[in-house]
Design a binder for this molecule. Structure first.
Ligand code: G4P
Length: 532
């Protein structure tokens, strides 16, 4: 196969949802349809469940599962589908945001009872930042959910995207009878079945009595009315608009009952984008370019504390990746080669000799990689779009064992390189370390891992910080002056960039107003953008 054919064959995407909407169930059903697994129950939920086990045991369990299911590959309709898994727990949202930088499209799962939830909105914001094409799957239609028209309105309003239904439900909850495919005008009759994947599809002209026979007169009339309304209100589906992230096609179904999945998968393989070009700080890189390049979007520490090696997840963006060939690690300006890169095909880790744009491979790492690092065949550029956002919770790291300060230093450095949390150092205040996260659970993870992997004990003290903003100025003297005056509130991030730690949104606004020479940035991406 030529590289063009390899690229054309691949669809790399992520499934995202608010916890409990059905992401794990849908993932499993997609694998089932693709023949990648044989039985239901093979994909473990990576949710952290409260209850029986203590939290850190749950965290370890979750880490184990998330390595095993980080990338799943299946082949369907001659298309190679790479599903990148995203953590189910909201405290691990940063991890999800980063994974979204490595996909070409997403499927967003919505619970028809709950509609758009908090996490759905935030995930969608990240998709919008990158104009990622989105397909929406409205799940749990076997439950008494909201009216489908109301759901569509809610999606448009809260997610800021236009929608276009491609299937339409006939009734809902206990009376759910199936979905009508607006695209090819076929009817899929609902038959609750959690294990089988066969289905009953009938081609029906809904304007004839055949429909009444299939679903009863009342539901038949309702469907005709709904279809008329849909065709009148919504523009015909336009693939270009979908690819540009302006419009999201919507499907209805029930993942646990294998219902509506095939329509979703068939359409997905038809319309979802194959490997897309990607922006770097220098130029756009086309996947078809001869020379290899890729970036690290996730780093996973070894679960065995005796082995410090880690796995870096590399998304290939152009050219062919080859085993044992030297590549340039751009940030370190160092040539590296990899003896045993592996793919995640068929759920078993296997060493690969080559990989193509759109693929994700695992590289053993002894501490050379940070999230966002770029590998190339010699050219100097950095992939963009892997920013850090301001954390939501800030705590100071307190060393509880002065004899182990070196271990603590190394441990927190490595954990933050992995992206578990963000580290801000206040060098003017005796190297005070502020750790920022999006959820409280991360502090437990860090505390536990520092102790068990690095032998360092610590405590976290709450700090009154509401937001972290990256600061720059065209006039270095002005920046130095600001840093001197505000030294108590200034820190550096892991790359040495200056960050202003604001105690409240109001204080931040005042500082922005009173310091017109200082630029305040809400993500860490500014630097590359400025250099570009
Ligand atoms: P998540 O990964 O998005 O967090 O959700 P997950 O798939 O784990 O699904 C959350 C719950 O919703 C599960 O029930 C799952 O069985 C159920 N579910 C998924 N799809 C459907 C559907 O189409 N209809 C209905 N009625 N339920 C659905 P659970 O009780 O939390 O777990 P389990 O014991 O059933 O596995």
């Amino acid at each position: 196969m030529t590289i063009q054919e390899e690229i054309h064959k691949r669809r790399t995407f992520g499934i995202i949802s608010h916890p409990d909407a059905g992401k794990t169930t849908l993932t499993e059903k997609l694998l089932l349809f693709g023949g990648a697994i044989q039985t239901a129950g093979a994909v473990k939920s990576n949710k952290i469940k409260k209850g029986a086990t203590s939290d850190f045991m749950e965290i370890e369990r979750q880490r184990g599962i998330s390595v095993a299911t980080s990338v799943m590959t299946l082949e369907y309709n001659n298309v190679l589908i790479n599903i990148l898994d995203t953590p189910g727990h909201k405290d691990f949202a940063e991890d999800t945001y980063r994974t979204l930088t490595a996909v070409d499209s997403v499927i967003l799962v919505i619970d028809c009872v709950k509609g758009v939830e908090e996490q759905t909105e935030r995930l969608m914001e990240v998709c919008r930042m990158r104009n990622t094409p989105v397909i929406i799957f409205i799940n749990k239609m076997d439950r008494e959910g909201q009216n489908p028209f109301d759901l569509l309105d809610e999606l448009e309003e809260k997610l800021g995207i236009n929608v276009r239904p491609l299937t339409w439900p006939i009734n809902i909850g206990q009376n759910f009878k199936g979905v009508y495919n607006l695209f090819d005008k076929s009817l899929n009759i609902f038959n609750p079945n959690k294990t089988k994947i066969e289905k009953e599809v009938v081609s029906v002209d809904i304007w004839t009595e055949e429909l009444d026979k299939q679903v009863g007169e009342r539901d038949a009339n309702q469907l005709r009315e709904d279809v008329e309304l849909i065709e009148g209100v919504y523009e015909p589906f336009d693939r270009e608009m979908y690819l540009q992230g302006y419009i999201a096609p919507v499907f209805f179904g029930s993942a646990v009952n294998n219902f509506g999945i095939q329509e979703l998968l068939d359409t997905f393989t038809e319309i979802a984008p194959s490997t897309q070009p990607r922006q770097t700080d220098v130029r756009v890189i086309e996947p078809t370019e001869k020379k290899f390049s890729g970036f690290v979007f996730k780093i996973h520490a070894n679960l065995d504390p005796k082995h410090r090696d880690r796995i870096a997840f590399l998304r290939i963006c152009s050219g062919t990746f080859e085993r044992n060939k030297f590549y340039k690690h751009v940030r370190l300006d160092k040539n590296m080669r990899f003896n045993n890169p592996y793919s995640f095909l068929a759920q078993a880790k296997e060493v690969i000799d080559e990989a193509f744009p759109g693929d994700v491979i695992g590289l053993y790492d002894t501490g050379n990689f940070k999230i966002g690092d770029t590998l190339t065949e010699g050219e100097v550029f950095q992939y963009q779009g892997i920013p850090s956002f301001s954390p939501e919770i800030f705590k100071e790291l307190i060393n509880l064992d002065p004899m182990k300060s070196k271990q603590l230093e190394k441990g927190i450095q490595q954990l933050t390189d992995e992206g578990v949390a963000q580290l801000f150092t206040q060098s003017q205040l005796g190297n005070r370390k502020i750790v920022g996260t999006v959820g409280d659970l991360q502090y437990e993870v860090i505390q536990y891992r520092l102790e068990h992997e690095y032998g360092a004990k610590c405590r976290f003290d709450h700090r009154d910080i509401a937001k972290a903003c990256w600061i720059t100025a065209t006039d270095q003297a002005k920046l130095n002056e600001f840093i001197r005056l505000k030294s108590q509130f200034v820190a550096t991030d892991k790359d040495g960039n200056y960050v202003f730690l604001a105690e409240s949104d109001w204080i931040l606004r005042m500082n922005i107003q009173n310091n017109p020479d200082i630029q305040f940035h809400f993500t860490s991406e500014f630097k590359r953008a400025v250099e570009a």
